[in-house]
Design a protein around this ligand. Structure first.
Ligand code: NAI
Ligand code: NAD
Ligand code: ISE
Length: 336
């Protein structure tokens, strides 16, 4: 059976996910698209040569009876209403991060999904599908570096749009780390603090950049993450786990090493689409396979909620400049 998909939000990642479903993955077909900018939706239909209907808005698309599953790739603040509508319509939904912009919003989705009686939502946290992060997790789980004690990480973007402001460093960018470290370390957070180093001259008055986020986990692991979204030189994701017996580093993306003109050079990527291209493919194929089999396996609504609880505390810590506690409720049995 081919899964008939509708895409809400055909911007950067919506268009890229539509492309991978139409051209790279198996078992899915894009039959419907919409965007607040309808010209953008039509452009994606034309450029990918899709046999798809353009709907007036997300709710009309969700209601259409020839659609099996929904892809929510519109702006973060719109996610909650579309995910809730998809659950109410009995349709599987893949929602890009963040699941909702606050923990309360995520909790409304968790409650709706539990009331529906089965997992219907997968959140677009792709890093657990990345081969480098999987090697890191394997090393930790096998005990090859001993118990993890500290993590040093960095999340750097070359530039961000003018509309990107201080809290987005948490809810839009750090949210990937907030998710992946829970999975990597099998742990939850207990506190957060945010420090502001000297600001880069490439930022503006509404964006503190760079930022350093300090997290502590229930088992006492200390994590520092540098968020630097105007770093200029590239899209660079770093992660180093310090254990009792050794240190494991996230592998660099494969790149040609060139010796020339008395220099040894390698390329640094600049686009998130390229950095995690394989992970996005595996992640979305897993969603299509999960819809086929009736069992979703990727990041759940609960994972989206857990990341949002930590994000809320980090935003509070940005404002207070104090250490803020993170209290994570127990995972409902529904989520295993
Ligand atoms: P974008 O701004 O390029 O695209 C968003 C699109 O959604 C725009 O075309 C906009 O017109 C449309 N839109 C906004 N509100 C809408 C509504 N109510 N109904 C229909 N369409 C609507 O943004 P981008 O970069 O594609 O990001 C979209 C989402 O994907 C965000 O939540 C972002 O956090 C997430 N994202 C995830 C990434 C990942 O690595 N997993 C990478 C980049 C983005
Ligand atoms: P698993 O069921 O043994 O464990 C997954 C656990 O991690 C669950 O408790 C789940 O709630 C949690 N989890 C999943 N995604 C999470 C996230 N984003 N944030 C926080 N917690 C998360 O499954 P597994 O074998 O470890 O596989 C995990 C996912 O990776 C599966 O969806 C699987 O299909 C996929 N996978 C990918 C590859 C690959 O090469 N990329 C290989 C195997 C599995
Ligand atoms: C973007 O939305 C992403 O998800 C990227 O992975 C992240 O690096 C970037 O900071 C976000 O804006």
């Amino acid at each position: 059976m081919t899964i008939r998909m509708g895409v809400i939000g055909t911007g950067a990642i919506g268009a890229d996910h539509a492309r991978r479903i139409a051209q790279t993955l198996t078992g899915g077909q894009i039959v419907a698209v919409t965007d607040v900018n309808l010209d953008q939706a039509r452009k994606v239909v034309d450029s990918l040569n899709l046999n798809a209907t353009v709907y007036e808005n997300g709710h009309e698309l969700i209601k259409a009876d020839n659609i099996d599953a929904i892809l929510v790739t519109s702006w973060g603040p719109t996610h909650e209403e579309f995910v809730l509508a998809a659950i109410a319509a009995g349709k599987y939904v893949f929602c890009e991060k963040p699941l909702a912009t606050t923990a309360e919003g995520c909790m409304r989705i968790v409650e709706a999904e539990i009331a529906a009686g089965k997992r219907m939502v997968q959140v677009g946290f792709m890093r657990p599908y990345d081969s480098g992060y999987r090697l890191l997790k394997q090393a930790i789980d096998e005990g090859s570096i001993g118990q993890p004690l500290m993590v040093h990480a960095a999340h750097r973007n070359p530039t961000v749009p003018e509309a990107y402001v201080t809290p987005m460093a948490i809810v839009d960018t750090l949210i990937h780390e907030l998710d992946v470290f829970r999975w990597l370390l099998n742990d939850d957070y207990v506190s957060a603090q945010v420090l502001y180093p000297r600001a880069t001259r490439h930022t503006h008055s509404k964006l503190k950049d760079p930022q350093i986020v300090l997290l502590e986990t229930a088992r006492g692991i200390r994590i520092d993450v540098e968020i630097f979204v105007n770093c200029r030189y590239g899209y660079d994701i770093q992660c180093s786990v310090v254990g009792e017996e050794g240190i494991a580093n996230l592998p660099e993306p494969q790149s040609l090493l060139v010796r020339k003109d008395a220099r040894l050079a390698t390329t640094i990527l600049t686009d998130w689409k390229q950095r995690f291209i394989a992970a996005y493919d595996v992640e979305l194929q897993d969603f299509l396979d999960g819809v086929q089999s009736g069992t979703l396996r990727g990041a759940s609504s609960w994972d989206g909620y857990a990341a949002a609880v930590a994000a809320d505390a980090c935003v509070k810590a940005q404002e207070s400049q104090q250490i803020e506690a993170i209290t994570m409720p127990a995972r409902p049995a529904f989520y295993g």
